[in-house]
Design a protein around this ligand. Structure first.
Ligand SMILES: O=c1ccn([C@@H]2O[C@H](COP(=O)(O)OP(=O)(O)O[C@H]3O[C@H](CO)[C@@H](O)[C@H](O)[C@H]3O)[C@@H](O)[C@H]2O)c(=O)[nH]1
Ligand SMILES: [Mn+2]
Length: 742
């Protein structure tokens, strides 16, 4: 049964749905599981106390296992806040007011490195945004180029030329796939009414030729010229002026921005780029709403802006709504999503849970955000203290004026001289020193401090009483390219872990900073994300202590005949069943369960550990933050492996060695356990759980074993990695044996 939370009006712009049955199942599960976990904690404490007195077994393995269980229970507990009140939403864009009453939107697209982010892909994102179904004169598209690459600028000029044909074509025929590359590579976008139209056929053919020419040109440019990011250049701002700009605008405005870069200056990665865009755009279009996009996330649903406005323009929500978040979705997901690249759980489950409280996290891309929510403006008073405002926002008078002014594309309408003057000012706003001694990145704009700038900025907005909305239209609003190999997955995972841990360890840690500023459940949601990397503690312990204990004849779990055994069984089985139910409810296949468990283990052992270590070292001043953009170049061989669901182990040995060692050691320990059981039948009672755990790890790690021993292709695990793993295994064994002896 679904319960609709009705809006007061009879023709609401949107509806919110709450599924009662899910709510009941989730809450019952939480109740019983909590009881089971409490019983297990009681079991551990009492058995440790007994051991402490009797001293008939070493204490350390028991203590370590207890630590791992506590960490997991802590994370589990925080995680349940997502299941408390999940909601979904529907929007009715056809009920929006007339076009002339819709607010303007500035689209922000970021690119950082043409070697990892091919310019043709970036241009497709730009063009798709220009083709959104929204009044053209109210749409401005900004591209931030952190590489300061002339090729990107030139490609953009070409993109404008192509867009002048493409946008009218899309509007004329109601094209649904507004990203040209996607349109010409998939044939699904055939509007029945159009198929037979001769005119359409001819126009489409012409568009296809034009696109081919455009694509060739851009690809040639990116191959021929040097495309290395320039780390030392002054600010470049180019408003791509269309002849029609001074009369009726027929095309969205297109602006290229490359902020100033100097080697000695901290640039704060993407957050820095976005803040520069915020300032530059404020002098040009200053739209009250922003659409944030990563350079690989093209617009796939032309109505996303209108869908978002259903929330932003609702008088009941409007004043407190900071952003509407669309889930990240990807065009290159494999049927076997072995790396869990689609982040299914986050976008199809967790965000719905947060939406039922105060709204989902800002997710870096695919959000329609109210500009004002980033400014935290001091109220417009009779006598604004200009000095104070400047200390906050920097020295530009023009920028400060824009803060208190509603949208007006003044720059565009005014005289040529004034236009040039304003353009000069935008360069000042995009310069390195503009932010010195201001509150940018601290209290204003996107926040710096963490490399997961979206997560960190989001906490601050929710703590300032802003709310957000999660919206998932049936046709995905945006499509990006997901990671398709282990190397990218783990590098990205390490960056995320580092960013999340930075927040967890700071004074903005959600459990300290959150509870007094937002609902407790919302701060638990944030806390779960921030502390997620600490799962490495549990996973490392669970991957080593049970097998080391098995080899040293230490029993750390209750016997099968012990009633506590049943509680362990309950927790294991029920949490997996709940996971499967959750997967099923999002429409994914049951295979997903296996993939997600495996990726959780792999990331726990590697990314979470290295990310946490990075964050701790940063805190101690031993390391600097870094942001390696995720690779978006398509490699055919790699894609093939990914589509077939075969792991590609071409990655650094720092990731592979621990994985190979732990999987092999667990496999060996499992064999030893079985031998012990075969020779002493009564032993099975005592070591069942331990043996089962080693089996489970070896089973989950099967692809690793296969990669080491059976595969011959390029994606296998190289022999030298296996050798290092052997050395590391010997180390774990000898050190571990010592450790579990006490
Ligand atoms: O110095 C930088 C680094 C990155 N980027 C851009 O940031 C975006 C995201 O980078 P990407 O390499 O794609 O990282 P992902 O890990 O795939 O991104 C996820 O995680 C990031 C935070 O770690 C968020 O910013 C993203 O929106 C979110 O999609 C891309 O458009 C980059 O061009 C910059 O503009 N400047
Ligand atoms: Mn990305």
């Amino acid at each position: 049964m679904t319960l609709q939370i009705m809006n007061s009006s009879s023709h609401p712009l949107h509806l919110c749905h709450l599924k009662k049955s899910t709510l009941i199942i989730n809450r019952l599960y939480i109740l019983f599981h909590s009881i089971a976990i409490l019983i297990l904690i009681f079991f551990r404490i009492s058995s440790i106390l007994t051991l402490f007195h009797s001293k008939n077994q070493p204490l350390i393995p028991h203590l370590l296992i207890f630590i791992s269980e506590l960490t997991l229970s802590f994370l589990w507990f925080l995680n349940q806040s997502y299941y408390w009140r999940p909601v979904t939403r529907t929007a009715f864009p056809e009920r929006l007011p007339e076009d002339d009453q819709l607010p303007p939107i500035d689209v922000f697209i970021c690119t950082a490195d043409p070697r990892a982010e091919p310019p043709l892909g970036v241009m497709n994102t730009v063009i798709s945004a220009m083709a959104l179904n929204y009044p053209v004169e109210k749409l401005s598209v900004y591209l931030s180029d952190d590489a300061g690459c002339p090729v990107t600028l030139e490609a953009m000029r070409e993109a404008l030329k192509f867009a002048k044909l493409w946008v009218p074509f899309c509007k004329k025929y109601g094209v649904k796939t507004i990203c040209p590359e996607a349109y010409f590579t998939s044939e699904e976008d055939v509007d029945e009414a159009m198929v037979d139209s001769h005119e359409f056929g001819a126009d489409k053919h012409r568009m296809k030729e034009e696109y081919k020419l455009f694509a060739q040109k851009v690809t040639r440019m990116s191959e021929s010229e040097s495309c290395i990011p320039n780390k030392d250049h002054s600010a470049i701002v180019e408003v791509m002026v269309d002849e029609s700009i001074h009369d009726q605008r027929k095309m969205p405005l297109l602006v290229y921005v490359s902020r100033e870069k100097r080697p000695s200056h901290p640039h704060h990665f993407k957050a820095g780029a976005l803040n520069a865009l915020l300032r530059v755009s404020s002098l040009i279009s200053n739209a009250p709403y922003l659409l944030g996009l990563d350079c690989d996330m093209y617009c796939n649903n032309k109505n996303s802006a209108r869908e978002a406005m259903c929330f932003h323009l609702d008088p009941n929500l409007s004043s407190s709504l900071a952003f509407v978040q669309f889930p990240q979705t990807f065009h290159n997901i494999s049927k076997h999503d072995i790396y869990e690249s689609q982040l299914r759980c986050t976008f199809k489950t967790l965000w719905l849970g947060m939406d039922g409280i105060k709204g989902p996290c800002l997710s870096g891309t695919g959000y329609y955000l109210k500009r004002e929510a980033l400014y935290e403006l001091p109220l417009m008073q009779e006598d604004i203290n200009l000095k104070e405002v400047k200390q906050r926002f920097g020295s530009s008078n023009e920028f400060i004026r824009s803060l208190y002014k509603k949208y007006n594309a003044k720059v565009l309408d005014c005289e040529k001289d004034l236009f040039d003057e304003s353009l000069q000012e935008t360069k000042h706003l995009a310069s390195c020193e503009y932010e010195n001694d201001t509150k940018w990145g601290n209290e204003v704009g996107f926040r710096y401090f963490s490399v997961t700038e979206d997560f960190y900025t989001s906490i601050h907005m929710h703590c300032k009483h802003w709310i957000s909305v999660n919206h998932m239209p049936s046709r995905p609003a945006f499509l990006g390219s997901c990671t398709t190999n282990l190397n990218d997955v783990l590098i990205q995972g390490t960056r995320w872990s580092a960013g999340l841990m930075e927040v967890a360890l700071s004074r903005f840690s959600p459990l300290i900073y959150g509870p007094s500023r937002m609902p407790i459940l919302q701060s638990f949601c944030y806390a779960w994300l921030a502390f997620l990397p600490t799962a490495f503690i549990s996973l490392w312990i669970l991957a080593t202590i049970p097998f080391l204990s098995l080899l040293s004849h230490i029993t750390i779990y209750p016997k099968v005949t012990n009633p506590f055994f049943l509680v362990f069984l309950y927790v294991f089985v029920l949490s997996n069943l709940q996971h499967m139910r959750e997967i099923h409810s999002t429409g994914a296949s049951i295979q997903t369960w296996k993939y997600e468990q495996r990726v959780w283990m792999i990331k726990g052992i590697t990314s979470h550990l290295y990310g946490s270590a990075h964050a701790i070292m940063e805190k101690l001043g031993m390391k600097e933050a870094n942001f390696l953009p995720t690779n978006k170049v398509v490699n055919e061989d790699e894609v093939k492996l990914h589509q077939m669901g075969i792991y590609n182990f071409q990655t650094s040995s720092i990731f592979l060695v621990p994985l190979c060692s732990l999987v092999t050691l667990n496999l060996l320990a499992f064999i030893v356990g079985i031998i012990q059981i075969v020779f002493r039948r009564e032993y099975v009672d005592a070591i069942f759980i331990q043996t089962f755990l080693t089996f489970y790890i070896a089973l989950m790690g099967y692809p690793v074993l296969e990669g080491m021993m059976l595969r011959k292709d390029k994606g296998r695990i190289a022999t030298n990695v296996s050798c290092y793993s052997l050395i590391f295994s010997v180390f774990i064994l000898s050190f571990g044996k010592l450790l579990v002896a006490y």
